[in-house]
Design a protein around this ligand. Structure first.
Ligand code: IPE
Ligand code: IPE
Ligand code: MG
Length: 243
């Protein structure tokens, strides 16, 4: 029974930070105000995840499909990421956070790329919490990219196609070396994955909450973790019998 089991903490928590626009609209504010408030929720969540002893926190900040939004909103989100990294990097570093940004950099301007690289380099040796920011990220694109990298190794004669395993695939992803997602949280009420970490979530527990992202806080995270702890993860096997 779950009640007799010790509290099980997830190693890797991933969050689809959704509902910024609706949060703002409900207050008669522009969508941009929701995105801004979403940055405060991100700050709170990083602290809360760190306090909870979580090893990896992944957050979905901008999807490859978000390019379909009005140009003004896209530019606002890019600027927000840039400012978040710039303003918060020192504090995150002091808190022992290792920052890693995943996703395609092809369409990002040089100023942002420089900023991201600086943050990654500065915090590379930190071990308290790994913060993965998925920006201009799409899981299908990531998987296609991994297939391409392996195909190139085969074409160059460095590997046999017949020898390709799931480990090779895993190591060709942006998240190589990072444990799989244990708990996927989506705020904002929608119950879908929207092209986020499809491979990494193969055995993740899903947790959906109607709370809009700007309202997410340590209490909301604790609730998700409590529900996770009560879940019975079987990984295709059978329920572990308690004595
Ligand atoms: C999440 O909030 C932030 C991003 C997708 C960048 P939304 O902007 O999707 O907010 P809603 O879903 O429209 O409320
Ligand atoms: C998912 O939210 C992407 C991010 C949170 C960055 P969306 O708001 O873009 O997802 P859909 O369009 O509702 O699926
Ligand atoms: Mg949304």
């Amino acid at each position: 029974m779950a009640a007799h089991q010790p509290f099980v903490s997830p190693r890797h928590v991933a969050i689809i930070m959704d509902g910024n626009g609706r949060w703002a609209e409900a207050r008669g504010l522009p969508r941009s105000a929701g995105h801004k408030a979403g940055i405060d929720a991100l700050r709170r969540s990083v602290r809360a995840a760190s306090d909870q002893g979580i090893e990896v926190l992944s957050v979905y900040a901008f999807s490859t499909e978000n390019w379909q939004r009005p140009k003004r909103e896209v530019m606002f989100l890019f600027d927000l990421l840039n400012r978040f990294i710039k303003q918060d990097v020192a504090e995150l570093h002091a808190a022992g956070v290792h920052i890693k940004i995943i996703g395609s950099r092809v369409d990002l301007d040089d100023k942002i790329i420089k900023q991201l690289k600086y943050a990654e380099r500065l915090t590379a040796d930190n071990t308290k919490l790994k913060l993965i920011v998925a920006f201009n990220y799409g899981a299908r694109q990531e998987l296609a990219q991994a297939a391409k990298a392996l195909a190139e190794l085969v074409a160059a004669g460095k590997m046999n196609a017949a020898d390709i395993t799931t480990d090779h695939f895993e190591n060709a992803l942006d998240t190589a070396g990072i444990p799989p997602v244990d708990l996927l949280i989506r705020t904002g009420g929608e119950q879908r994955v929207s092209n986020f970490m499809l491979w990494q979530c193969a055995y993740a527990e899903f947790y959906f909450t109607p709370i809009f992202w700007p309202d997410f806080d340590s209490t909301a995270l604790a609730k998700a973790l409590a529900e996770y702890a009560a879940r019975d993860r079987r990984f295709g096997g059978l329920k572990v019998q308690s004595a």
